[in-house]
Design a protein around this ligand. Structure first.
Ligand SMILES: NC(=O)c1ccc[n+]([C@@H]2O[C@H](COP(=O)([O-])OP(=O)(O)OC[C@H]3O[C@@H](n4cnc5c(N)ncnc54)[C@H](O)[C@@H]3O)[C@@H](O)[C@H]2O)c1
Length: 474
């Protein structure tokens, strides 16, 4: 389950040998060592720019300032016009970048929401070009644009449509030093969701998320984001498949942020589940999620604890790989039921029984295999692709109840599941990403926790890939 080559290349001997042979060394990713801090960017220089003054630039300036960042504009003033008014309105000071004098920024936020024609796109070049030769390792870049359909005419839609391609390429060009670049497509009127999203995308919590486009559309009705340390304090969270791997990491990170976790896994895995739960003060729930009344049983466990379910993470999943022509029907049925049927049934029972608390958040685990498909995985990919459609559709259906539904699509993650992949395929899958390595279970756990928390209050019906911009499987 460990990436031995990566470990070796990061050792002092490994580094010397790699340098002598001219081998590329995958970057050492800076991951979060603790929970969300109130001011995660205290003392960090953040270069900001905007194509014009507007609600998004004000939210960016306010959000970065609340996070403790030192706001800078580039010395050639690219993007200053949009920021100047926002800073005055927010009563925030903005200094001139000293990058040319060796004081580089490691955070970059460019608000392109007002880009409305081809000429406006020049700012992408002017803002980033002078910075990229000396980008510190593990820098964080976020571009903010508008989603499809928000523009006033075809030309402004066209300008906005340039941003995904730009950001994905920027992520590929700069991943070799651990830098990430992502695009937030913020719907007009949903700007209150910007700060929470920045708290994830600009900090080590999102170390393995790069080259992604996340729509920020506004949360379900009546849900207000309160951003605080330990944002999940007082929340009751169910995690399926919590005994090991990604599920165990999800349980740990949710607990780190204050949630009480009900860990679910197959009765046969009860002792492993017990060990995982006792480390975080969680509740052990041995249950096969394919049981016909699994949702009712979960509601009963939550009720015993005197509460409703605030968060459910549908993580349990299996693979039974075979070429479709050689696949026995029971392998098809088993994967469809664990990865998909059980999720749908369980949610139906919880929704019908009003087992969810106010502002509940449902997070499902998809896979990049469900986006691109994989040889030998017709059953698995069908379920993981279905999950993407499911969260989109269910979010619309339950948003009136104040419930948000999103998914995380992991790429190659170092777990028992991927340890079973043949060695050559495994090595290719690991390295062919912008960050040249596989992710760790904690990377998925951080993204799930973001989606489960008020930081993602503006995100609903979305699927976020956490894959280091993997080229295989997507
Ligand atoms: N590891 C990866 O690279 C990767 C990539 C993409 C998606 N995923 C997805 O992430 C999720 C977790 O994967 P993982 O790598 O940690 O897998 P894993 O096999 O290490 O863990 C899965 C857990 O789910 C539990 N489980 C399986 N069937 C169950 C059932 N019927 N009832 C209750 N529990 C059940 C297992 O006992 C196990 O503890 C899965 O949905 C998987 O498809 C993983």
């Amino acid at each position: 389950m460990a990436d031995k080559i990566l470990e070796y290349l990061h050792s002092s001997t490994g580094k010397q040998i790699a340098a002598a042979l001219g081998l590329p060394v995958p970057p050492q990713l800076k991951r979060a060592k603790a929970g969300y801090a109130e001011q995660p960017l205290a003392g960090v220089n953040a270069l900001v720019g905007a194509s014009a003054y507007g609600a998004a630039s004000t939210a960016v300036v306010k959000g970065l300032s609340a996070m403790g960042a030192n706001l800078k504009v580039s010395s050639d003033l690219a993007g200053l016009d949009g920021i100047k008014q926002a800073a005055t309105k927010a009563k925030v000071e903005v200094g001139i970048s000293q990058a040319d004098a060796g004081v580089a920024e490691s955070v970059y936020v460019l608000d392109m929401t007002a880009a409305a024609n081809v000429a406006d796109l020049r700012l992408l070049y002017d803002f980033f070009n002078p910075r990229l030769r000396k980008l510190p390792s593990n820098s964080r870049i976020v571009v903010i644009g508008r989603p499809k359909g928000d523009g006033k005419d075809a030309v402004s839609e066209t300008a906005q449509a340039s941003l995904p391609g730009f950001v994905r390429s920027l992520a590929k060009e700069n991943g070799k030093n651990g830098t990430t670049a992502n695009l937030l497509q913020v719907k007009n009127g949903a700007e209150s969701g910007i700060e929470g999203a920045l708290r994830f995308f600009l900090t080590p919590h999102s170390a393995f998320v790069t080259g992604q486009v996340l729509p920020v559309v506004g949360g379900p009705k009546g849900v207000k984001a309160v951003i605080s340390e330990k944002p999940l304090t007082g929340k009751l969270a169910v995690v399926t498949g919590a005994a090991r791997g990604i599920g165990a990491a999800i349980a740990e990170v949710l607990a780190r942020e204050g949630a009480t976790v009900i860990g679910v896994d197959r009765p046969a895995d009860e002792s492993t589940l017990g060990a995982t739960m006792s480390a975080i003060g969680g509740i052990v729930c041995p249950l096969d999620i394919t049981e016909a009344d699994a949702g009712l049983k979960l509601a009963a466990v939550a009720a015993e604890r005197g509460g409703k379910i605030d968060i459910i993470v549908h993580n349990a999943g299996i693979t039974r790989d075979k070429m479709l022509r050689n696949m026995a029907s029971h392998l098809w049925d088993m994967v469809l039921d664990v990865n998909l049927g059980a999720i749908v049934r369980c949610n139906e029972q919880l929704l019908a029984g009003e087992a969810f608390g106010d502002g509940a958040r449902i997070v499902c685990i998809s896979s990049i295999g469900g986006i691109a498909g994989n040889v030998g995985q017709t059953n698995y990919a069908a379920t993981k692709s279905a999950v993407i459609g499911y969260v989109d559709a269910l979010a619309k259906e339950v948003s009136g109840k104040g419930i948000a539904v999103n998914a995380i699509a992991p790429g190659f993650i170092e777990t028992q599941m991927t340890a079973a992949i043949p060695v050559v395929t495994r090595e290719v899958a690991r390295r062919l990403s912008s960050l040249s390595q596989g992710g760790l279970p904690v990377d998925i756990a951080e993204a799930v926790t973001f989606m489960a928390s008020p930081l993602a209050s503006g995100v609903n019906g979305a699927t976020l890939r956490v894959c280091g911009q993997n080229l295989v499987g997507a």
